[in-house]
Design a protein around this ligand. Sequence first.
Ligand code: FRU
Length: 475
Amino acid sequence: TNWTTELRYRPYQAWSNNQIEDIRKKIGQSHWRLGYHIQPKTGLLNDPNGFSYFNGQWHLFYQSYPYGAVHGLKNWSHLISDDLVHWQDYGPTLLPGDKQDSHGTYSGSAIPVGDKLFLMYTGNVRDKNWVRHPKQDGAWMDQNNKVEKISTPLIPEPKSGFTDHFRDPQIIEHDGQYFALIGGRKKDDTGHILVYQAAQVTGPWSYKTELKFTQQDCGYMIECPNLLFVDDRPVLIFCPQGVNNNVLKHDNVFPNAYVIGERFDWETFTFINPSKMENLDNGFDVYATHGFNAPDGRALTVSWIGLPDTSYPSDNEGWANCFSLIKELKIKNNQLYQIPVIENEQLIEQKLASKEITPQAKLSGRVLDSIGTLTIKTDLGEELQVMLDTTNGKILVDRTNMGIKFATDFGTTRSAETAINQSIDFEMYLDNTVFELYINGGQKVITGRIFPQGQRFFVESEHVSIKKVQLDKIY
Ligand code: FRU
């Protein structure tokens, strides 16, 4: 397919069902599909949206373009779970095409209000001259998961001084007031997060202030802001596009960053004593992490495993990208930890004793000497290598020789740092073509995709204790 702009923004009704059927058939032949990670049924998945607990269940949505593995006319596709592990995909739910969201229902969030779930999202609107006019829109979802949009935008235009890059509202409630955090690009090409306020979710919404969370430079645009609280401390997760490498050293096209504050001042929306900006994930493919403070007290997040402006080998099969496991955030010794939620233990099937492992597996262990290595090999000799250096406190992941090459302009290795001369422990979740490597109980995370041509996996290790278990294949 030649994905012209026209084709990518063709209304959904204009597509025949054959397109989806053709992609389904192709995907049916794929040996790259995932066993327990959320993946699109067809087409492209990007940001997680609207993560919430509503009507006794977990709800989550994803930015979706169903007709091919490209960024086209986006909808929110709806996932529901009882346990944060097994998700049922109900398909496109918040559809684009109305006046307030003609060119896509872009990223946003959700909050229960009364007996409904309120969705706040960015309506991507373009005019005849393809000039963008972003709208911050609202919609209600009832207990039967029926969505009704509010046709008048809640925030009809960017704040003055801002460009048309103004999106991704995170709605939160505090002291009986609602606040929306919106990412934006100022006309002077700097990235900011703006706070709007309303007494009711349907508005009127008015501009309150800018979120003050760092003195560091945030690049030219901030996407996907999330303000979360962990032990009453504010944590901001955001995507500072174009941030300088001196501020935040990153290898990916755009980074996903975080800042932790000592306290939060709700009067002025200020982080008191913010930490330095850090990478949320030291791996290859994490972006647009989205989270919320769940009613059970946990701060839960989920990441898009995929990057903007990046092609993946599965594109040829008509699908792209996946989500991470659902993670819980903790703060220990002033550092952020990301831990797959405890519910993931349900995935454990049985111990694996041989060198050969199943495509769905968890490997855990500890380095026993100054340097340990862990290699995942396929039957075709492709290798994903992990080097764990306790002396220098360094973890290196190398996918150079693991299958089909992609995104090589951004390098084929990634590294993370830990304390020097300290033991390192790890947990690696492997799911056929994605791995999530959690170091020291989630102090560092290294996530990435791999596209092996082999279909059998073997583990080799040196100087590490290792426990291997098979995980359930639920999709
Ligand atoms: C981030 C992003 C968001 C936008 C969405 C569109 O990946 O560009 O800023 O709302 O994707 O799909």
